[in-house]
Structure formats: structure tokens, C-alpha cells
Design a protein around this ligand. Structure first.
Ligand code: BLA
Length: 517
């Protein structure tokens, strides 16, 4: 894997971003030995930052910075290996209060990696607690995903003062969408824009689950190296995964420069332990966000994740309820006019909404009934044949069949891509060709880019070309011929509807046989 700063576009997804060996200059870092707190490594700016007359290397913290030692000593009883502890250092001779964060980085082979102490100037005024309560209320009281995310963008913009705040949401393949946005008037909106998974490498995503808020205070900064570079405890680069001051990947910094961004603050949104998305704040000029404000953004982002988890399970139980109602209406329809199909199709939304589909079709006894945007009859027959070739034997309640790219699995069905890029089918009987099928259109044809889509975009190998526009072009290439992916929940709901219809069909057929006798 390429070392930090040595990545190019061919291998940047493997850059060792946690081994940055340098920090951003708005603070200072000391790596300490336990238990005597002797300094083993220091950022090159530490001496100036602390106003010392000599290098702190080799000296115990208590000797050259007693106030700091006093503040951090009581924190050391905790493990500090996943969550750093914070302390406020009272103003010293220079009159500046400091914020300290301290943690124990991962060592190697069970060997302890010592302590990492990070220092920053504290805010002149901390964010008032009166700002936090209403924000939490708004987040936890939100009743649906979109209004929640729009509220989050407003709250973060007000709290942090960055001139653009985006709620960036990942899909199941890791591609992202700007799902909500607040920005300074006059800035080009990014709302609705889509970007490929490769813009945020897997290594970074894993890191963002552990380190929930990152700041880049000035894209034009000069990284401050650690001295000595390697940890004397491990002989290796310091693991900076949990460092607040860690240098950002030069690849990503170049991306931001190309975008005209001066500074960023990004908070992770975790839902059930997975990285659901990010709150990404951009500022056009350098911007420093003190620890106390970052701590509030971390708390709020946590509340957002909790709320999204609750909304997701609510959506799921609503979908289950809708299926139950559908079942009831099918049975009523049979007794009323002998045909359960009317219940499925008299209101197309009942079939489409729970699945987020734009079309649906019932293939039954050689006939087709449809709702929304679907392929023509000949196309539906072809899809039926393809499903038969994919279906697993003549069993009732067979598993659903799903693809987000019909053309990738059945190239001869390519002409159907525009409306049927994604297909989700539930077998409804043991007979061939009998399915309830949902469709999703091709993503590329349904998404627009704010800029001029006809202007050519170079997708080459030069980091100078890195930009959201290039990314969007790349996303287009990646998802060409693909629909929005079906989620595990979509599959579960389809299965539920399919099983219900299968039961109804079984009943319907046995009743018909009785009548025929
Ligand atoms: C990180 N890339 C990121 C991050 C975002 C983006 C949000 C997280 C930054 C953080 O948490 O601090 C991407 N930012 C975007 C996008 C928008 C935006 C899409 O504002 C749209 C509006 N980046 C590339 C390519 C590579 C790459 C091709 O585009 C290389 C494969 C690398 N991106 C890259 C790396 C990081 C990153 C290495 C980690 C930065 C770090 O934490 O050090």
C-alpha cells in the first residue's frame, strides 16, 4: 500500500492515511511515554506553540508544562484507546486557554503505543448550552428522513458558520448523494449531485466510524512533521487514527482545492454501527472550529444517527402494515367480484410506494397487468422467460430475484434499460412465468448535474483533474445501465408481498377448482 502522501490515482484507495506522520499547524502534538510522561515525539511546532525555550523532546511533561500535566493526569485511569479524553487547560502566562485531547494509540504486536497529547487554542466563548437543547429536540422529533436532513443542514450551518453544509448519504454500494444542503446565497448548489464510492476510499470510511469529526482548517496549510518521525516505542509510524490534528490526505486536499474549498469540517452519521452518511461542511476561506463546537457536532451527529435508525424501522413497519392491508383487500376482492387482482391495481401507489419502484407488473396465467412505468407486453414476456431461467425449481414461496442491472445479467434485454434497469421479482406460484415484478429506471437518465452536462469532462490520471465534476462523470460511468440498488429491506418487503399473493393464488385456484367440480 502507498505510504501517506505517496498515492496516485491508480492506488489512492489504499493510501495509509492514518500514518500521516504530520499534523495541521493550528495545534501541537506530543507523544508521551507512560508512566513518566516523557516526550518521545513532538510536532515540529510544539516548542513555539507552548512558548518553550528548548525542545520538549526527552523531558517529562510535568517539568515544562505543569498545568497541562495536572489537567491530563486524572484522565489516565481510563483506557483511552477508542475515545480520547478532553481537558481544558486554564490560561497560562500568555493568557490563552488550551484544549487538550489525550488518547492511547494502537501499538503493534500487543506493545503499548504510549500516549498522544494534542493541544489547541480554546474558543474565547464556548457554544452556549441553550443552543444544544432545541437542536436535539428538532432532530429527535423529526418525523421523516428528508425534513430531518434538511433540519440538520440548517442546524449545522447555524452552529458552525461554514458557508456550505451538505448531508451526504451513501447507498448500499457506497456511492454518495448530496441529500440535503444549506449554503450561502450565490454558491452553486450541489443538492442532488451524485458521486462514486471511489471518492472516499474504504480505509477512510473505516476510520470515520472511529473518528467521528474531522477538521481541515486550511487547504493551503504546510503539514508540520513529527520529530522524530518514527515512534521510539514501536519503531513504526504513529497510528494517528484518532488524532484531531492529523494531516489530511494530499489527494483529498487537492480535490478540495480544485473545488474552490478553503476549509472543511465533516461529521460521521452512524446508523446501527454502519456509516450511513456524512455532514460535510465547507468554507471558502480558512476556518478553525474549536474543540467545544466540534464536541457539539459530534453529539448532534450521534442523535441524527439514532433518529434515522428509528425512522428506518418505522418505515419498515409501515411497509409491513401496507402489505397486511393489501392482503385483506385481495381477499375482500375475491369474495366481492371473484378477482383478487383488482385489489393490487386499483391504486398503483399501494404496489409502488413500499418498494420505491416506478413500475410494477403482474404476470399471471399468460396475462399482464401493470402500474406505473413498465416495459411493453413483449418486453414483459421476455423478462418472464429470463426470470424462469433464474428461478429455483417449482417450490411455493420461492425466494425473490433481484438485480440492479438487468442488462448486465441479460444483455439481450438491454433495450429495456431505461425503464427496467432494476428488476425485483417475487414468484407467485409454482407455474412458470407467474411473477409479481417491480421496476426501477436507470439512474443516469434520472439524475442531473448542476453544471453543463454537454461540456466534456476529462477522466484521466492527473490529480489536478480531481473535482466533483470529474467525480460525477465517473459516477455516471460506474452506474450506467444500473438502477438505484434494491436494499435488503426492499427484498424483505417484496418477499412478504410475494408470499401473500402466493397464498391468495393458492386459495383462489382451489376455490375455482371446487366451483368447476
Ligand atoms: C476523503 N472525500 C473524502 C471525504 C469526502 C470526500 C467528503 C471525507 C473528508 C473528511 O471526512 O474529512 C468527497 N467531498 C467529497 C465529495 C464531495 C465533497 C464527493 O464535498 C461532493 C460535494 N478522493 C478522490 C479520489 C481519491 C480520493 C479519486 O476523489 C483516491 C482514490 C481520496 N478522499 C480520498 C482520501 C480521503 C478522502 C484519501 C481521506 C482524507 C483523510 O481523511 O485524510
Amino acid at each position: 500500500s502507498p505510504a501517506f502522501g505517496n498515492a496516485d490515482l491508480s492506488n489512492c484507495e489504499r493510501e495509509q492515511i492514518h500514518l500521516a506522520a504530520s499534523i495541521q499547524p493550528h495545534g501541537a502534538l506530543l507523544a508521551l511515554r507512560e508512566p513518566d510522561l516523557v516526550v518521545l515525539q513532538a510536532s515540529a511546532n510544539a516548542r513555539a506553540f507552548l512558548g518553550l525555550d528548548a525542545s520538549p523532546l526527552g523531558r517529562p511533561l510535568a517539568e515544562f508544562a505543569p498545568a497541562i500535566a495536572r489537567a491530563v493526569m486524572p484522565l489516565l485511569a481510563d483506557p483511552l484507546d477508542e475515545v480520547p479524553a478532553a481537558a481544558r487547560i486554564p490560561a497560562g502566562a500568555g493568557g490563552v486557554k488550551l484544549d487538550a485531547q489525550i488518547h492511547r494509540p494502537a501499538g503493534i504486536g500487543g506493545q503499548a503505543g504510549g500516549l498522544v497529547l494534542e493541544l489547541e487554542r480554546a474558543a474565547l466563548v464556548d457554544p452556549p448550552a441553550s443552543r444544544i437543547e432545541p437542536a436535539l429536540q428538532a432532530i429527535l422529533g423529526s418525523y421523516a428522513l428528508r425534513p430531518l436532513c434538511e433540519e440538520v443542514a440548517r442546524i449545522f450551518r447555524k452552529l458552525t458558520g461554514y458557508d456550505r453544509v451538505m448531508v451526504y448519504r451513501f447507498d448500499d454500494d457506497g456511492h454518495g448523494e448530496v441529500f440535503a444542503e444549506e449554503h450561502e446565497p450565490g454558491l452553486e448548489p450541489y443538492l442532488g449531485n451524485r458521486y462514486p464510492a471511489s471518492d472516499i476510499p474504504e480505509i477512510a470510511r473505516r476510520l470515520y466510524i472511529r473518528n467521528r469529526v474531522r477538521v481541515l482548517t486550511d487547504v493551503h496549510y504546510a503539514p508540520v512533521p513529527l520529530e522524530p518521525r518514527l515512534s521510539p516505542l514501536t519503531g513504526q509510524d504513529l497510528d494517528m487514527s484518532l488524532c484531531a490534528l492529523r494531516s489530511s490526505s494530499p489527494m483529498h486536499v487537492q480535490y478540495l482545492k480544485n473545488m474552490g474549498v478553503g476549509a472543511t469540517l465533516v461529521a460521521s452519521i452512524l446508523v446501527g454501527g454502519r456509516l450511513w452518511g456524512l455532514v460535510s461542511c465547507h468554507h471558502q476561506t480558512p476556518r478553525r472550529t474549536p474543540f467545544a463546537v466540534r464536541a457539539v457536532t459530534e453529539l448532534l451527529a450521534e442523535a441524527v444517527g439514532t433518529r434515522i435508525a428509528a425512522l428506518e424501522s418505522f418505515v419498515q413497519s409501515q411497509a409491513e402494515l401496507a402489505v397486511r392491508r393489501l392482503e385483506q383487500r385481495m381477499i375482500e376482492a375475491i369474495t366481492r367480484d371473484g378477482d383478487w387482482r383488482t385489489a393490487l391495481f386499483d391504486n398503483p401507489q399501494t404496489l409502488l410506494l413500499p418498494m420505491g419502484a416506478s413500475g410494477a407488473a403482474l404476470l399471471f396465467e399468460g396475462q399482464t397487468q401493470t402500474a406505473g412505468e413498465v416495459p411493453g407486453t413483449a418486453g414483459l414476456r421476455e423478462i418472464g422467460k429470463w426470470l424462469d431461467s433464474r428461478a429455483r425449481g417449482p417450490t411455493t414461496h420461492a425466494p425473490v430475484i433481484a438485480t440492479a442491472s438487468l442488462v448486465a445479467e441479460a444483455p439481450h434485454l438491454g433495450p429495456l434499460t431505461r425503464v427496467a434497469a432494476g428488476v425485483l421479482a417475487a414468484p407467485i406460484s409454482t407455474a412458470p412465468g407467474e411473477y409479481l415484478v417491480w421496476f426501477r429506471p436507470e439512474q443516469v437518465s434520472t439524475v442531473t448535474w448542476g453544471g453543463d452536462p454537454t461540456k466534456p469532462v476529462l477522466v484521466g490520471d492527473d490529480p489536478r483533474d480531481l473535482s466533483p465534476r470529474r467525480s460525477f462523470a465517473k459516477w455516471n460511468q460506474v452506474v450506467e445501465g444500473r438502477s438505484e440498488p434494491w436494499s435488503p429491506k426492499d427484498l424483505a418487503t417484496a418477499r412478504l408481498v410475494g408470499d401473500t399473493v402466493t397464498d391468495v393464488v393458492l386459495q383462489f385456484r382451489s376455490v375455482r377448482m371446487l366451483i368447476a367440480e
